[in-house]
Design a protein. Sequence first.
Length: 574
Amino acid sequence: MLKVYRNLKPYLLSILAIVLLQFLQAMANLYLPNLMSDITNKGIMLNDIPYIWRTGGRMLLIAAGGVICAVISSFLSSQAAMGLGKSLRSQIFRHIESFSLNEFDRFGASTLITRTTNDIVQIQFVTVILLNMMILAPITAVGGTILAVRQDASMTIILAVALPVVAAVIALVAWKGIPLFQTVQAKLDRVNLVLREKLTGIRVIRAFDRLEHEAKRFDTASRDLTDTYIKVNRIIAVMIPAMLLIMNGVTLSMLWLGAIRIDEGSLNIGNLVAFMQYAMQILFSFLMFSTMFILIPRAQAAADRYNKVMEATPQIADPKNPLHAVEAGYVEFRNVTFRYHGAELPAVNHISFSAKPGETTAIIGGTGSGKSTIVNLIPRFYDPEEGEVLVDGVDASRLTQEELRAKIGFVPQKAVLFTGTIAENLRLGNPAATDEEIAHAAEVAQAADFIDAMKDGYHTVLAEGGSNLSGGQKQRLSIARALVRRPEIYVFDDSFSALDFKTDAKLRAALKKETAQSTVIIVAQRVGTVMDADRIIVLDEGHIAGIGTHKELLERCEVYREIVSSQLSKEELA
């Protein structure tokens, strides 16, 4: 929690004001029983009505002052807590942005969302409570004890018995509750994970008629979370009645002992009234402490989860003394080996090849052969375990990520579009692109026809994830987005798979003219997409099985011949 609360430094003046206001509020609350004692002894007992009015008026003014202090303190507390939440959300979002794909794989998207939203809400809520109680409760407890002793020292024996019992109840609740609060957040992660998978995979779930199965899966996760919450609430439900029972027991004990003392003449009624009010204030301050003990463990669990994300060091970071690339568009792999986190075998093993400007390098191979892994290493989504990935003659790890990625137009295997207009999506890589440049890129990507057919054209608003477009339309927009950037290196990761053969052929022909001076790297499953490439790299279980042109590989690469024969007829091969 201390690491998190370092972010409250901008609100230091507000916190000092809160401390002062709560001190004044506590003083006002502690002064009121003394005035009530005077009204009882000097007003009611002596039937002095003017004294009652005068002292009662003072009590109202002091009480109003305490209320004003409480309201202003609450406002400043809320302002500081909301500001803390904003700061934490901004920090964790920016830190997550710096993660490599390794960190995303390790944490998972669902838990990162929970830690950015629910966990920070928990910290905000507890911060408001702490700022409102951290001064008021201890001052009230200490001041109330001192003033109660001044009223009648012999009656404090009741408090001496009651307070250890209250402390024991609080300790028991904390001991039972802390492990459960830590578990709650993990269970919430699980609910979010299942829900996210269901929402993003709804088409697959419906296609395989697994709605009932997924509903049961979600119910199981939800029931697990609910059961844990019920256990937590049972503990809290025991604590509040226990505290009220103790408070009522103290009240009855004070009335009984006070009646005896009054009957003996050693105590007056006003002092008994004041003592009872001080006792209630002391017990209420302990009740506030118990509330904090309930909430703090939950906030501590949320803060620990937040800190774990913030303490995670991205495996990919900019070098301290970065180099600058001079040449334009050269890509070279030198003996590169890469293994995913937790995997036993490398995804790619001792890969070496080069790609030059003005040439198209294609990568083909079976499922799991390492095609996408290779292209993910070029923009440094991952760093190789061994070997070097050179861009323009410089090790990619010696370039800043901004400079490296500015050279690359990357089209991922799964087309990703964002909420907004088509024009806004196409300008993602080049915000300064003109309408003419956008239209030209769309024409090259064979997307102009369907965009023009839309009512709002390039101003058509896309739904979340581009769900109001077909798979082929999304792929063409992703390709157009890369073209708008006009990079030195184009990377197409199986980006033509949703296109029909005719559109695929037209797009590749248009691309060849558009990217004539750039380095083009294409990952594909279809032989027809790669057979015209200047260089084809054939992968087999993470190793290079062959490099050459289509004709050369047909002659000397068995793996390539198998791929070709599985897709083309004998007539097409001839």
